[in-house]
Design a protein around this ligand. Structure first.
Ligand code: PEP
Ligand code: MG
Length: 579
């Protein structure tokens, strides 16, 4: 009898290999007295461990592909910076001297002291810094205690081709395991929108998260199949299942290498409709990856990433230089710059002080709400975006709009900033297109209002699903409810597309749903013409588009939109995808 473990498939593909469980959890540390004569030797042992940790992180940093989103490399850079900081390098040395103790114990004393400092702060951003300290300390401790199974990233036969099972993985660990040649991984915790999930997708690593448990019957060395598309790991396999999966795996590999030919092909359906395929990027560096994948421009530039992992706020000039360099890299292709979407899970060190800690940050002062309250944060960004528009095709996009009053206030503010720039004789595109994201059910239900007043709209399904289904997108206990095919979600998406048609306002989709080929034909049938997706998903979406005759989809798509039964919706979707 085969064993199946289900979780959330966060990437695509099939991996077949032997299980390797990663020993994780708290590393137990004991105090040992070190005789005075051996103190310097102990200090050298500690310094060597820090050096090794640094080398490991640099090896990870160098192994990350260029196409990886920059927040992942920033994450590793933060850990590298911590390894340069005296709090983790000099203080433990002083503690070894002071307590005449072993390096592990000194590091533990310092970690506990830092943890206490972080615990006394209730700022969520700083709490994530505490996790970073833990990751770095654990890395050094693993090296010191000889439990470092990842010491040599290239020479670990146990991991090559393995399916790793872990309780949780940091992005840095994920990158290292990829470097060591693992075939895929599953973790008991984690959600589809975590940094680890984003990294697994960019690395093309089949992975499942949030399995909660992994049965003890599955042991190291057992042969298993990881089917990331279905979010399932199969063990105790029979020969026929294994053969079938090997065949599917070969087909998938062949398909991926064939896709490269599509890079410069236009995305035209079989019945002649031209679709627009643009990319989502976080930082300037990602723009090259987008161009390499053949994107026709940037449909979502998440500018808040420029504000993260630092303690100051980038001023107008710094923002302008960033935006200009994106414009330059794009060589005439358009870029949609989204104004700051801070708040909720996206915190930055220099965020304005809050009157209170929000109980429900996703429903609180985030995105455009935060910007309208803090003109000192918002105006410099508006000025920088407008000034960048003098040098190339720039569009401005406002996140999380929910009401007419909010929209009118933003538009008035943009006008005011334009007048200010005119008075200062600073150049900008007077007709810069201004669009909005439809991420809140209220905005989708009143989409015609937004379609009338804005130059374009983009559907942010990540948040639209979160708010429609009342599920916190970063809470792994409710990710099982995340469902782009929920009738309520589909009907809201359709309403937005129809409002766009009525007012001749272009509608794009930039949430994760747009980058998942399972939904491409459904979205085409619903009338979507612009898809903004992660650069690694672009060619697959294009391939689906060029093999689609949209005129044939109407019966199935209408059926899906009218149906309420999840099983019937999935059946119809499968039929649509097989046409
Ligand atoms: C979305 O909500 O779908 C979106 C694209 O924005 P973000 O993921 O940055 O919230
Ligand atoms: Mg969003």
């Amino acid at each position: 009898m085969s064993i199946a473990i289900s979780g959330i498939g966060i990437s695509r593909g099939i991996a077949i290999g032997a299980v390797q469980r990663l020993e994780q959890g708290e590393i137990e540390v004991y105090e040992a007295a070190i005789p005075g004569a051996l103190i310097e030797e102990e200090i050298s042992r500690f310094r060597r461990a820090v050096r090794t940790a640094r080398q490991q992180l640099k090896a990870i940093r160098n192994s990350i592909p260029e196409t990886t989103t920059a927040d992942i490399t920033d994450f590793i850079d933060t850990h590298l910076l911590m390894l340069e900081d005296s709090m983790l390098t000099a203080t433990p040395v002083e503690l070894i001297r002071q307590h005449q103790c072993n390096a592990e114990w000194a590091l533990k004393i310092q970690r506990d002291a830092l943890a206490q400092v972080f615990d006394e702060m209730d700022d969520p951003y700083l709490r994530t810094r505490k996790d970073d300290v833990d990751h770095v300390v654990n890395r050094i401790l693993r090296i010191l205690t000889g439990r470092d199974t990842h010491a040599d990233p290239l020479d670990d036969d146990q991991l090559r081709g393995a399916i790793v099972i872990a309780h949780d993985l940091t992005p840095a660990e994920t990158a290292l395991l990829h470097h060591q040649g693992i075939a895929g991984f599953i973790t008991e915790s984690g959600g589809p929108l975590s940094h680890t999930a984003i990294l697994a997708r960019s690395l093309g690593l089949p992975a499942i998260v949030g399995t909660h448990t992994t049965p003890h019957q599955i042991r190291d060395g057992d042969n298993v199949i990881l089917d990331a598309s279905r979010g399932v790991l199969l063990a105790d396999l029979d020969a026929a299942t294994l053969r079938d999966y090997r065949r599917q795996q070969r087909q998938q590999q062949k398909y991926r290498s064939e896709l490269k030919h599509l890079k410069d092909e236009p995305a035209i359906t079989l019945d002649g409709t031209r679709m627009h395929l643009v990319a989502n990027v976080e930082l300037r560096e990602d723009v090259l990856a987008a161009r390499r994948a053949g994107a026709e421009g940037i449909g979502l530039y998440r500018t808040e990433f420029l504000f993260m992992n630092r303690t100051d706020i980038p001023d107008e000039e710094e923002q302008l230089q960033q935006y200009l360099s994106v414009v330059k890299t794009l060589k005439g292709l358009p870029v949609t710059i989204r104004t700051l979407d801070l708040g909720s899970d996206k915190e930055c060190g220099a965020e304005p002080a809050r009157e209170h800690t929000p109980v429900n940050p996703a429903l609180g002062l985030r995105a455009i709400r935060l910007c309208l309250k803090h003109a000192d944060l918002f105006r410099p960004q508006l000025r920088a975006i407008l000034r960048a528009s003098a040098k190339g095709p720039v569009r401005m996009m406002i996140p999380m709009l929910s009401s007419a009053h909010e929209l009118d206030t933003v538009l008035a503010l943009i006008d005011d900033v334009k007048q200010e720039l005119q008075r200062e004789r600073l150049a900008f595109d007077l007709h810069i297109p201004v669009g909005g994201m439809i991420e809140v059910p209220a905005a989708a239900l009143s989409a015609s209002l937004f379609a009338r007043k804005l130059d374009f709209l983009s559907i942010g399904t990540n948040d639209l699903i979160q708010y429609t289904l009342a599920i916190d997108r970063v809470d792994d206990e409710v990710t099982y409810l995340y469902d782009p095919l929920h009738p309520a979600v589909l009907r809201l998406v359709k309403m937005v597309i129809d409002a766009g048609r009525q007012y001749h306002t272009p509608i794009a989709m930039c949430g994760e749903m747009a980058g998942d080929t399972r939904y491409t034909r459904l979205l085409l049938g619903m009338g979507l013409t612009e898809f903004s997706v992660h650069p690694t998903a672009l060619l697959e979406i294009k391939d689906t588009i060029i093999h689609s005759r949209v005129a044939d989809f109407h019966t199935q798509v209408d059926g899906i939109l009218q149906d309420d039964e999840p099983a019937a919706i999935i059946e119809r979707l499968d039929a649509l995808n097989k046409m």
